[in-house]
Ligand binder design. Structure first.
Ligand SMILES: Nc1nc2c(ncn2[C@@H]2O[C@H](COP(=O)(O)OP(=O)(O)OP(=O)(O)O)[C@@H](O)[C@H]2O)c(=O)[nH]1
Ligand SMILES: [Mg+2]
Length: 293
């Protein structure tokens, strides 16, 4: 059989379950997941390899109207996902009406490539709501193929994957067949730490944080990691650290446990907190953290 390969890019509003779906396809926790919007800030590749196929999935940030430069860069990642897609996975969740950004929605409506509309979180819905929602989306996007799924419960994920394989063009693999992602190890360290911050801190704190791993030393039996948690203001630094360092300690312990699973090795983490004033609006800093800036 001929070899098939291509880019399958997942886009949609914040918090609809894009990262959950990518992880379900890949079978690894490549993307962090939380119940907060704007969890994903990058375009992250997850590659699923088979003897006669290579599906290159892209998880992307949820679509928003940018208010500061970091968010502009996040939306540039979404734009790039429109440009190279062979198949577009437009994810919505039950109850949602339309994409908040008109321009992006028009792009989906006018898409020349196949669009699969994934109606996610159907585990939270009844049959009647589901049918109404399917009609609603079919009328908005007559060219899209609608698939009701639950990324969390792994419902219909396999069926969608098989449909993707049918739609992919014949092509040789773009990446080595043992490659799982385009991101380096340090990226997953940064993201795991950021996930714990999203989970345990409130209000603007998670959105003011970036993580940078300064040291990643791998021995035969242990990985030694030193990472810096960057905040925008002095007051945020105190909040991150917490009473006698207890809050920061919790972040470290939980991140270590996840990373030990991810790397299948013992992990030691040292965490520091630094103030990096207004990094979210500083092009130079953003580039340093892997955004376009
Ligand atoms: N009930 C239910 N919850 C889901 C499902 N898929 C994802 N979730 C939950 O929805 C929340 C958001 O999931 P994510 O995968 O982080 O969503 P996302 O679209 O990547 O979010 P951003 O990166 O912020 O744009 C998490 O709490 C998930 O557990 C689903 O099929 N059913
Ligand atoms: Mg995400």
């Amino acid at each position: 059989m001929a070899h098939k390969a291509g880019f399958v890019n997942i886009i949609g509003n914040p918090n609809v379950g894009k990262s959950t779906l990518m992880n379900a396809f890949v079978g690894e926790k490549l993307s962090i997941i939380t119940s907060k919007a704007q969890t994903t800030r990058h375009r992250i590749l997850g590659i699923v390899n088979g003897d006669d196929f290579q599906v290159i999935l892209s998880d992307t940030p949820g679509i928003i109207k940018p208010a500061y430069e970091l968010q502009t860069s996040m939306m540039d990642f979404v734009k790039s996902a429109f440009e190279d897609a062979d198949v577009l996975l437009y994810m919505v969740e039950i109850g949602e009406k339309a994409l908040k950004d008109e321009a992006f929605f028009k792009k989906i409506q006018n898409s020349k490539i196949p669009v699969l509309l994934l109606l996610n979180k159907i585990d939270t819905s009844d049959q009647e709501t589901l049918e109404t929602q399917m009609e609603h989306w079919q009328s908005l996007l007559p060219n899209a193929e609608i698939h009701p799924i639950s990324a969390l419960e792994n419902f219909s994920v396999k069926e969608v994957f098989n449909r993707i394989l049918e739609l992919l063009p014949e092509a040789p693999p773009y990446y080595p067949k043992d490659q799982l992602t385009d991101k380096p190890e340090r990226f997953f360290v940064n993201e795991t730490i950021r996930e714990k911050i999203l989970l345990h801190y409130k209000k603007e704190i998670p959105y003011s944080v970036e993580v940078e791993t300064e040291e990643f030393l791998e021995d035969d039996d242990i990985i030694r990691i030193r990472s810096v948690i960057m905040v925008e203001r002095d007051t945020q630094k105190g909040i991150i650290i917490g009473h006698k360092g207890s809050a920061l300690k919790r972040v470290g312990v939980e991140a270590r446990k996840d990373l030990e699973k991810f790397f299948d090795k013992q992990v030691h983490i040292e965490l520091y907190v630094k103030v990096n004033k207004n990094w979210r609006s500083n092009s130079q800093q953003l580039r340093r953290f892997g955004y376009n800036g």
